[in-house]
Design a protein around this ligand. Structure first.
Ligand code: SF4
Length: 238
């Protein structure tokens, strides 16, 4: 093993420790945001007190290559004190045009889940994505793009302090879990992200792309949603 390989291995070990610590809700002491970002392989994010301040910090972000194809950066929207945060994959076409998350067909389904299923208003929860700019042709965000953008989501979650995070789809769930996640296997189970209970479930777009399985997929999502409701102290009607 060369000296470079050894250093790389040490850095990877430090990254794993930082991630594990943060998943337990522990903030590493005495490290600047820039040093942390270097060790974590992401962007340096200045600590902010509000979502508006964070949005200002992100600005006209050019930190990853997704900036070149976007029309609007989609920061996220909802209550800054939401008990429940939904995290999707990336903005799609409508979201890119409007600069708002989950407003296309998948977004309408998510809104029905929130309003008709959970019984909250859409503005009572917070909705955002793993990456804030639309990938070309709606491809999946690439690992370097996720790594660069994820610190912004972490900062959003640090400010909001939700009681529950719901990860929508494989990309969101894998990014938050730090490893490949198969939704059909991991949905309905509790994990932890930054010390917050986190549950993966199917992305609404996946349900819409599979009309033959729509009923059974919706049933599974409803089972997950009921567990999320119980976690934040809401009762379901059935
Ligand atoms: S995806 Fe995130 S890191 Fe990349 S340009 Fe957009 S806001 Fe910046």
């Amino acid at each position: 093993m060369t000296a470079v390989d050894e250093v790389r291995e040490i850095l990877q070990g430090i990254r794993r420790c930082l991630t594990a610590g943060r998943d337990l809700g522990l903030e590493p002491p005495g490290l600047s945001p820039a040093a942390l970002a270097y060790l974590e392989g992401g962007s340096a994010v200045q600590r902010t007190a509000t979502l508006e301040q964070l949005r200002d910090v992100i600005g006209d972000c050019r930190r990853c290559k997704l900036c070149s194809g976007r029309t609007n950066l989609v920061f996220g929207e909802g209550s800054p004190s939401a008990r429940l945060v939904f995290v999707g994959e990336a903005p799609g076409r409508e979201e890119d045009i409007e600069g708002r998350p989950f407003i296309g067909e998948a977004g309408k389904l998510l809104t029905r889940i929130i309003e008709n299923g959970i019984g909250l208003k859409r503005e009572d929860v917070y909705i955002c994505n793993i990456v804030k700019c639309r990938p070309p042709d709606n491809r999946k965000p690439e690992p370097d793009e996720i790594r660069t953008c994820l610190p912004f989501l972490r900062e959003q979650l640090r400010i909001i302090k939700p009681q529950v995070i719901c990860g929508l789809g494989q990309v969101a769930a894998s990014s938050l879990m730090g490893k490949e996640c198969k939704i059909s296997r991991e949905r309905g189970k509790w994990f932890s992200y930054m010390g917050v209970p986190f549950m993966p479930t199917f992305h609404p777009a996946y349900i819409l792309r599979n009309p033959r399985d729509e009923r059974s997929l919706k049933k599974l999502v409803w089972e997950d949603v009921k567990m999320i409701m119980a976690q934040i102290g809401l009762r379901s009607g059935d």
